[in-house]
Ligand binder design. Structure first.
Ligand code: ZN
Ligand code: ZN
Length: 403
């Protein structure tokens, strides 16, 4: 919408624009979405078979949202999507939760729902749905241990293993509707970054500014504000500082890292570093800002299909090291994003995973000078056929506010 034009020069590939447009139609219900979920379930079963799992069991959370198009928050009652390597996917859930699944993609696909009621032992109910010769049970990373062990104990001789890798393989490659959702929530957080001047000025506390930003994150189209980092002055040198009662001073650099989920479940995550107007600022601030801006651009420019994830980290880090600030870039360069704010793939030294079209992740180098200030600039990108496609367009030229 009215997001400020980006100073980034990464190409936006025409092909990806078309894909995004298709995705918008899909996300708004113009196209049939059940095919997307049928395909995900098919690929999960195939991936399970390849990895030696007989069945994948998925509990509520982002993984269930991804495969079923719906999730719930209740964790103590067993709710699980059961996907055998060979056979039909099934859903097991408490009877009281069944109405909430009416109209869900899973229901539209004809996946059978089996309910249990309070007072019953739910694990035999689930086990009855499994093929008779099941031995290797793979569960998602976030399944409560009580359920993982309950299922495993109900299948004598079974082997319990983790399905996180199997699931991550699928989730890190985004389809058109997911890319459209990331673009939509990215534009929403850009609108908040464009409004920071309404709230950021000296004399206010970080917490006061953060409260205003959190309200705007919701106003501009998020389901909620998940994180609001306002790191002024020396607090900016701590990458995961949140917001404190510290009063923002004239001349403070301020790191603002904000995001949350859209109604679609897909997350935004965008950082800009601003300068609060004042007579005196750390003499190195402008130079450091420019180093980080160039490092972030180098990371963006390094993105293309086929290059290893760690090369994005290397490209950004080289700029910071050449400027002499290597020891002060104390984080990885980026993380995958989607239905969770941190997911695969990670842009980190040692990750030789080749990037593929559709992978979505942050590029967020920073320089953190203890006791002085920090600078971080962060955008979400999607790998397009010719390079990075930016999901954020908020301006990256140094902006002085509150004058
Ligand atoms: Zn962030
Ligand atoms: Zn991030």
């Amino acid at each position: 919408m009215s997001a400020a034009p980006s100073t980034a020069t990464a190409p936006v590939a025409a092909g990806v624009r078309e894909v995004v447009a298709e995705g918008v139609a899909e996300a708004t219900g113009v196209a049939d979405t059940t095919g997307v979920f049928a395909d995900r379930l098919r690929r999960l079963a195939a991936q399970a078979a390849r990895s030696g799992a007989d069945v994948v069991v998925i509990s509520p959370g982002a993984d269930l949202q991804y495969f079923a198009g719906h999730s719930v928050t209740s964790h103590e009652r067993l709710t699980a999507l059961v996907v055998p390597a060979v056979g039909t996917a099934q859903m097991v859930l408490p009877a009281l939760e069944r109405p909430g699944w009416a109209g869900s993609p899973l229901e539209a696909l004809g996946v059978p729902f089996t309910t249990w009621t309070d007072g019953m032992d739910p694990y035999p109910v689930l086990v009855d749905l499994l093929p008779a010769d099941v031995r290797v049970l793979a569960v998602d990373y976030h399944m409560p241990a009580v359920h993982a062990l309950g299922i495993s104990w109900a299948v004598p001789g079974s082997e319990l293993t983790l399905a996180g890798e199997i699931i991550g393989e699928l989730r890190m490659r985004k389809g058109p509707s997911e890319i459209a959702a990331l673009a939509e929530v990215g534009a929403a957080i850009d609108r908040v970054q464009a409004r920071i001047g309404e709230w950021l000025r000296h004399g206010r506390t970080e917490a006061e500014v953060a409260a205003d930003i959190a309200a705007a994150i919701v106003q501009e189209g998020h389901a909620r504000a998940e994180f609001v980092i306002v790191g002024s002055g020396s607090n900016g040198a701590s990458p995961h500082h949140e917001a404190s009662s510290k009063v923002i001073a004239a001349g403070d650099p301020v790191v603002i890292d904000i995001g949350g989920p859209h109604a679609s479940g897909y997350y935004s995550d965008c950082t800009r570093t601003y300068l609060v107007a004042g007579p005196e600022t750390d003499p190195d601030f402008e130079k450091v800002y420019e180093v980080v801006r160039l490092a972030q651009q180098a990371g963006i420019d390094a993105v293309r299909p086929g290059v290893p994830a760690e090369s994005i980290d290397r490209a950004a880090r080289a700029v910071i090291e050449e400027a002499g600030y290597g020891p002060f870039f104390i984080t990885r360069t980026g993380h995958g994003i989607g239905l969770e704010v941190h997911e695969h793939p990670y842009m980190v030294s040692g990750n030789d995973l080749p990037l593929e079209e559709g992978m979505a992740f942050s590029i967020e180098p920073g320089i953190y000078l203890p006791g002085r200030f920090g600078v971080r600039i962060e955008d979400i990108v999607v790998v397009g056929p010719e390079g990075a496609v930016l999901m954020n367009r908020a301006a990256k030229t140094l902006t002085t506010l509150g004058g």
